[in-house]
Design a protein. Structure first.
Lengths: 143, 108
């Protein structure tokens, strides 16, 4: 429920490798393809690229992205949006990778945020999303 | 192909008035269209239309009673939304496994 309330998804893991090595796996196209998806990524702020996977019945397999933050060995962030016909109703999120040196390697954190519209999109609305998610916590807890 | 239940759910909850109606039914239990209209700030036909969308998405159920129709919330209708987020969670955990495996194979 915490994920829903904050509208973001966090996955974290200690990787027994130095940050410089983890950074290469996150930012070199051929390496990214080995663990994530085919891509035309470049570690340059403003670069627009796609991730491509095999299409499935409810997904065209394409993700539209733009590089937002590049701080070598520390932070990488890109937008992660549904593409083409699915763009309007699909996900519109930001993926942020954070690398922190830790004993024995690198603490790697991935946060995907923005799964639901932000309050600012609904200015003037009588009931906002924030309030909705506050209430949703209670509703779902009772399921 | 038709839209998925998750899409229906997102579309139906994207409207602030519909969210407000759904929240009110979650909070106050069963209500008539008239009772909902008194607080909604929109016309009764508009409220009925919103309720139709919520019903189609599985978020409310109706109970006809003479000339009145009573509506109540189906919070369990939110489950596709929770499942959907869980799918993304499973996706990233799988990719973390692959990344770790790659790192083990890479040179320093």
């Amino acid at each position: 429920m915490n994920e829903l309330a904050t509208r973001s998804l966090v996955v974290e893991r200690l990787m027994p490798h130095p940050p410089e090595k983890v950074w290469r796996a996150l930012t070199q196209g051929p390496l990214i393809e080995e663990w994530l998806m085919a891509n035309d990524f470049k570690p340059v702020v403003g670069h627009r690229f796609n991730f491509r996977a095999a299409p499935s019945p409810h997904w065209n397999g394409v993700t539209d992205c733009e590089v937002l933050v590049v701080e070598p060995n520390e932070t990488l962030s890109y937008s992660w949006n549904a593409s083409g016909d699915e763009a309007a109703g699909g996900v519109k999120t930001v993926v942020t990778w954070t690398l922190t040196p830790a004993a024995g390697g690198t603490q790697l954190r991935m946060e995907q945020s923005g799964f639901w519209p932000r309050e600012a999109n609904y200015q003037g609305a009588q009931f906002g999303w924030n309030k909705f998610f506050d209430n949703l916590d209670r509703v779902v807890a009772a399921l | 192909m038709g839209v998925t239940s998750t899409e229906l759910l997102f579309v139906s909850l994207a409207d602030p008035t519909r969210r407000a109606i759904f929240e009110r039914l979650c909070r106050d239990g069963e209500l008539t269209v008239r009772a909902l209209t008194d607080k909604a700030g929109v016309s009764q036909p508009a409220v009925s239309k919103h309720l139709g969308v919520l019903k189609h998405a599985g978020l409310v159920q109706d109970r006809p009673d003479g000339r009145q129709t009573h509506y109540s919330a189906r919070p369990e209708g939110l489950k596709p939304m929770l499942d959907w987020l869980e799918i993304y969670g499973a996706f990233w955990r799988d990719r973390f496994d692959r990344l770790e495996s790659l790192l083990n194979r890479m040179d320093q």
